[in-house]
Design a protein. Structure first.
Length: 384
């Protein structure tokens, strides 16, 4: 499926009152979470699922990934309104062994079912040392790191991944066959942080191209192909074409990103007996039930020895990484996840949003008669 559907991300009909947009594009985080939850509730989503999904979207913005944040709220609601995602799914366990379960998500909101699956994996890993849940028939699940963070907060190592609607080609192809298939790997260090890799298996996440298209700016060379399979720096043309796998072309090791995306497709869709490759429908297809596959895995480090000693080794590992001699112009060496934790801390109370996204959210408030819930989002912070 081409990425063309990604272009339609703007506001709908109606007027936005003047008070509904703040002077600066910074809003109250807790109020934004409540408003986002209210939007899902207005679509008939269960309270727990609405809260879990809203939390993942707002977390993405707070951690510096606006491509996966509340900018996608309208499309999530479209999927629910169209019936592609079920507001009240009947998630069932279809296969179970000691440390492994297979779930049929019944086209649930991806963040809601992924949250439940990771919580289940954490509980089982406390008994078995390791546990994995494979989910099929789910919706788009946002940033993979959100679920690894759940496990890390419980002192667990984690892997979270999913397949997706095909928008990247196998190396050398001119047609897409795989999703951007994100991967998160988390390792806690006992301080509330640790190591958190959260990445797409394309050169960049497709959402970054959406952001460039909204802003009317070009994308770097090597990110995407147009609909005819030619390299492009035009964000809109890229949205009508496809993303390149991590590494880009074959001569720059694009086969590595292709291989990772393929492995994730195999370990989610194929392994779980769900949709894979060209049959995956997810974020943009409102004419078909969402059929994304997920893998959520938790590992209890205490199964390998003393937990505190493990945390100390992780911190020692960090010290080795960050103390290496730096290249010219480099101020510090970071560990994956550091930038996101800093952004989250900086935006603990107020979150910066793209002005176009703010306008769209205000529009949603009008359309869904949630103006009362929107007012606290854009209210000026108290003086002092």
């Amino acid at each position: 499926m081409p990425v063309g559907a990604l272009v339609d991300v703007g506001p709908g009909e109606g007027s936005v009152p003047a008070w509904a947009l703040p002077a600066e594009p910074v809003v109250d985080r807790a109020a934004l979470l409540r408003f986002t939850t209210a939007c899902f509730r207005s679509a008939g989503v269960r309270a727990a699922d609405a809260t879990a999904t809203a939390d993942v979207l707002v977390l993405a913005d707070a951690r510096g990934h606006p491509s996966h944040g509340v900018s996608r709220l309208r499309q999530y609601l479209r999927l629910v309104d169209a019936g592609s995602v079920s507001p009240r799914p009947r998630v069932t366990v279809t296969s179970r062994r000691t440390a492994i379960e297979l779930w049929d998500a019944d086209h649930a909101l991806g963040p809601a079912v992924a949250h439940r699956a990771m919580q289940r994996a954490i509980r089982r890993a406390r008994r078995t040392g390791i546990a994995a849940i494979v989910v099929h028939e789910a919706g788009h699940f946002g940033i993979a790191g959100a679920y690894a963070l759940r496990a890390m907060d419980a002192g667990m190592c984690a892997i979270a991944t999913c397949n997706g609607t095909p928008i990247i080609p196998p190396t050398g192809a001119r047609q897409p066959a795989l999703g951007t298939n994100p991967l998160a790997i988390g390792v806690p260090d006992g301080t509330g942080r640790g190591f958190l890799l959260d990445m797409a298996t394309s050169v960049v996440a497709g959402g970054k191209v959406e952001v460039a298209a909204r802003r009317g700016v070009p994308i770097p060379e090597g990110w995407a192909l147009d609909a005819d399979g030619r390299p492009t720096t035009d964000a809109v043309a890229a949205l009508k074409g496809m993303m390149l796998p991590l590494g880009g072309a074959a001569e720059t090791s694009g086969y590595k990103g292709y291989g990772l995306a393929a492995a994730i497709d195999l370990l989610t869709g194929v392994l779980g007996g769900g949709a894979f490759g060209l049959s995956v429908a997810g974020m943009w297809d409102t004419g078909h039930p969402s059929t994304i596959g997920q893998l959520l895995l938790a590992i209890d480090p205490s199964a390998f020895g003393d937990r505190d000693a493990f945390f100390a080794r992780v911190r020692a590992w960090r010290a080795e990484m960050t103390s290496r001699a730096r290249q010219d112009g480099v101020d510090e060496i970071l560990v994956p996840g550091d930038k996101e934790w800093r952004a989250d801390e900086r935006q603990r109370e107020r979150v910066e949003l793209v002005p176009a996204v703010l306008e769209d959210l205000a529009q949603l408030a009008v359309e869904r008669r949630l103006v009362r819930a929107w007012r606290p989002v854009v209210a000026a912070p108290p003086a002092g």
